[in-house]
Design a protein around this ligand. Sequence first.
Ligand SMILES: Cc1cc2nc3c(=O)[nH]c(=O)nc-3n(C[C@H](O)[C@H](O)[C@H](O)COP(=O)(O)OP(=O)(O)OC[C@H]3O[C@@H](n4cnc5c(N)ncnc54)[C@H](O)[C@@H]3O)c2cc1C
Length: 392
Amino acid sequence: MRVLIVGAGVAGPTLAYWLRRFGHEPTLAERSARPRQGGYVIDFWGAGFDVAERMGIVPGLMERGYRVREVREVSASGRRIAHFDPRIALDAVGGRYISIARSDLAATILDSLEDDVETIFGDTIRSLHDGSRVLVGFASGVEREFDVVVGADGLHSHVRAMTFGPEGQFERRLGISVAAFEVDGYRPRDELTALTHTVVGAEVLRFSTRDDATIFSMIFRHESDVPVGDQDEERELVRARLSGMGWEAPQILKHLPEARSFYFDSASQILMPTWHRGRVALVGDAAACPSLLSGQGSALAMVAAYVLATELRDAGGDHTRAFSAYRSRLASAVRVKQDAAIRLGAAFAPQNRRQLLVRNAVLGLMGIPLVARIALGRSLRDPIELSPTPTT
Ligand SMILES: Cc1cc2nc3c(=O)[nH]c(=O)nc-3n(C[C@H](O)[C@H](O)[C@H](O)COP(=O)(O)OP(=O)(O)OC[C@H]3O[C@@H](n4cnc5c(N)ncnc54)[C@H](O)[C@@H]3O)c2cc1C
């Protein structure tokens, strides 16, 4: 089967890997001229980790990732308010856990394709004509035919808009925005420590990475439309929100103009009654974005890509059957993750002082190893079971 996958983020290359392994012929098309950099540091575990293991990329992830020693909440003056050791979570999941920059995860997956998958950078699709095959018109002017097309083009999926209609009908806004940027040479560093400073309505996080870099991320309540796509306005919004905060916020802001990567988006979820129409399907954030607040977008995207590939393998060329089975296997797990993300909103960006105090008290309790073990053990249980390792 010839499959066009639009988007080479996390879901797209994972799907390409598995389709190739099952004997299909995937083509990846990515709008950016090169793999996209930037983004936050994610915690990677559960079924997503299992998929990575089956792809043989866990050693690469471990090499590029971090074993965080401390999560520390600080006051406006930098005093430690609460802290815990997340390695306790490692015990709970038998060491199958790593914190890794989103761009390193994406790069590791892409590297696993080697030269085995046709990958087109700097091009996207302009038209889709779904018939006995799909006739695809590329922005570059090229026209090609594929058996199926899969949109893996993220939260603001173009494939979804072309096939199902405007984003607004599927987007659940959470009233929260997220920014992440990376700077070189920032001091202090606090190796392997995730530092957070939280006030009513916003949280800023600092994590030092290799090569003397530091990733900052910021999560803040923002009810009105966000200027996604206009970097000047996005940076201005971040500046406006950070400038009112204590701790290192003023110093972090000074580094914003020299950031070597900058990511900004709304923390939205995508809820759709179906993930396919005709020969076109969606995967990852394009189909079912759980939002940053779930901490699960990338792992879920990998799991969804894997499940879609196995269903296409098992359906003997019947793409409709494969697409339906793919959704039935994942829909309830996606709902669980999306609902959990909404509950977590108060932890990242508390709406009032009471929520802030409760949040910090809970973090304080996590400093007690037994409490952390029970709480993290419970939250690290994944509602998704993968089918046995494929032999093909
Ligand atoms: C650079 C970057 C930084 C990120 N940082 C964060 C973060 O800090 N916090 C957070 O919550 N989430 C972040 N995300 C989103 C996060 O990666 C996803 O939630 C998750 O990994 C799911 O992966 P995905 O493959 O479905 O989508 P994504 O990882 O978003 O990948 C989608 C890919 O599709 C490409 N694409 C988009 N439109 C088109 C098009 N029309 N044609 C071709 N290609 C297209 C994009 O360039 C991207 O490479 C980031 C995404 C990117 C691309």
